[in-house]
Design a binder for this molecule. Structure first.
Ligand code: DC
Length: 229
């Protein structure tokens, strides 16, 4: 089958997928398909409407009312810009719970393919990042990257992004605990878990624990040249 004009970047929480996808999309003038933002939107909607996420049926019932758009690195939930709201810690924690519900995943994957294919039809490269970008969303992606880093490094990066404890609202240990908890849910859910043996799924595995953003982007570009569509 002809490869799809997409780079799929999967990997655990805070491995740098978002940053690398953004840098690559600028480089290629492509489209950054931030799939995690969509699960975050479902979680945010549940919070806003007091929907108990431990009751999958109630979450599934809201799906027709959750309209998600991604445009110019902004996230829209029912036409409202929620780019900043979806980054909050409580939304992060809830998002891995809604992401474990099969029907939520099916609806999100459908919407992600719809958005991505519209961009590809317009001649853009799509850089899709998440957990199942290469296994479910674009299994024919021209390049599949599994981006990872040691848990302490990932937690440290997230901690620094959140101000490095300057506002005393959260400690490094709490962030490390959140990271481990979200990893556990991503790897252990029964529906489309994050794969434990990425090489077997055709991924190029990139551990960027000791790499700068620039080195990571260059490593991906090197692989992209080899894949040359
Ligand atoms: O990448 P992120 O932290 O923004 O993702 C938010 C949550 O959504 C995370 O807990 C894992 C889940 N997710 C997923 O299950 N599948 C994806 N394609 C993207 C994210």
């Amino acid at each position: 089958m002809k490869p799809v004009h997409a780079i799929a970047i999967d990997g655990p929480v805070a491995a740098g997928k978002g940053t690398i996808a953004r840098l690559l999309s600028h480089k290629f003038n492509g489209f950054n398909l931030n799939t995690g933002a969509m699960y975050r939107c479902v979680a945010l909607y549940c919070m806003q409407h007091n929907v108990p996420v431990q009751k999958p049926r109630e979450v599934i019932a809201i799906l027709p009312h959750v309209v998600i758009d991604l445009e110019d690195e902004k996230v829209f939930l029912n036409h409202e810009d929620v780019t900043e709201d979806v980054k909050k810690r409580d939304v992060s924690l809830l998002s891995s719970k809604v992401a474990a519900i099969r029907q939520v995943r099916e609806a999100m994957v459908k919407r992600q393919q719809e958005i991505g294919l519209t961009k590809i039809d317009r001649g853009m490269i799509v850089i899709a990042e998440g957990r199942d970008a290469a296994t479910k969303i674009f299994p024919d992606a021209a390049l599949k990257i599994f981006l990872t880093a040691r848990p302490e490094i990932r937690a440290k990066r997230r901690f620094e992004q959140m101000g490095g404890g300057a506002n005393h609202t959260i400690t490094f240990e709490q962030i490390l605990q959140d990271t481990n908890e979200r990893d556990r849910r991503d790897y252990e859910r029964t529906v489309d878990p994050l794969v434990k043996n990425p090489e077997q799924y055709g991924y190029f595995v990139l551990d960027n624990s000791d790499m700068s953003e620039e080195e990571t982007v260059n490593a991906v570009l090197g692989e992209w040249k080899k894949s040359a569509l």
